[in-house]
Design a protein around this ligand. Sequence first.
Ligand SMILES: [Zn+2]
Length: 356
Amino acid sequence: MSPFKISSKVKKKIGKINRKDDNLNYSLQPFVTKWLRDHPPKLSYKLKPPEMSFETWKQQVKKLILKKIPTLEPLPFNKQKFKMVGETTSNGIKFIQFSLMTIPGLRVPGIMCIPENIEHKVPACICIHGHGQNIYNTVGMKKSKNKEYFGYELAKLGLITLSFDWIGSGVRESFKNKYLYFLQDEGQRSNWLRFIGLDMLGLRITEVQTLISFLENHDDVDPNRLGIIGHSGGGTLSLFATVFDDRIKVCATSGYLSTWDHSILAMYHCGCNYSADLRKYLELYDVYASLAPLPLAITIGEKDKIFPYKGTKISIPIITEAYQETNHPENLLIHVQEEGHRFSGEKIYPFILSYI
Ligand SMILES: [Zn+2]
């Protein structure tokens, strides 16, 4: 009931707005879709002038990403205050649960899997789960809906693995408000960080860099043979950490290859996917392309609904071309599996093993 004395006839007489009217648009999504079409990323590999060397373009991209995503100073090995939680051996693997300080005031929990009876230093791989999963999934102690068991499986293949829970996941948080999506609280914290001049992806990258320093100083690890692997949100972090840190010698992602236009800008995705105004300058394929000629393995499902194959198809030739331009096409592996948003190590494990 209106508080004013206006006859209901008046409302009738002024007509109705139909947001589905042809040629008229009131909604944000179509506006954004058109905006993206009219505003291709300015620093895209697709727009690189032929006279510009690949290295010049690559350095421009790296400089931009480093400027746009704020990170903090990672803690050096001697300040990480390692805390042992427990260890045991099973199935030929030594499992060590620990925590260490990555940034003053912030600790990361992790599990290392070390193959039994190693006689000399071996390569190591940082393992990063996706949303809704945790370290117990990656090391095979808990069932993983997306088959993210790389922490365990790579250790069985002879590597030392370090799985950790990223900020907002696993044992690190207990969210009381579930709302519509169980992820919403973790995504909301990305807004907090942006609001105070930090960035969720940037903090997570800082943590990865601290963990790399930890691995470099581990008695059983060959510091020149370090890799990173992650599924979905863990793929995002693996990719961007590799842009930031040259100590990573091979990068593997799963469930994170489409275009941003077809994925995080076309449907609901967690808030932690959005850093600064990156899409103004780059598409996801540009970030991948900028890694060339570093060994890069990508696996993606044809039926992936949240990183649609429509965008993957556009991305593959662009990344491939970048690796060809650097004369190292063999350093790129893109494995398209037939299922959806799940991990597959079938092709990328041998690739990782051949490079570290
Ligand atoms: Zn998130």
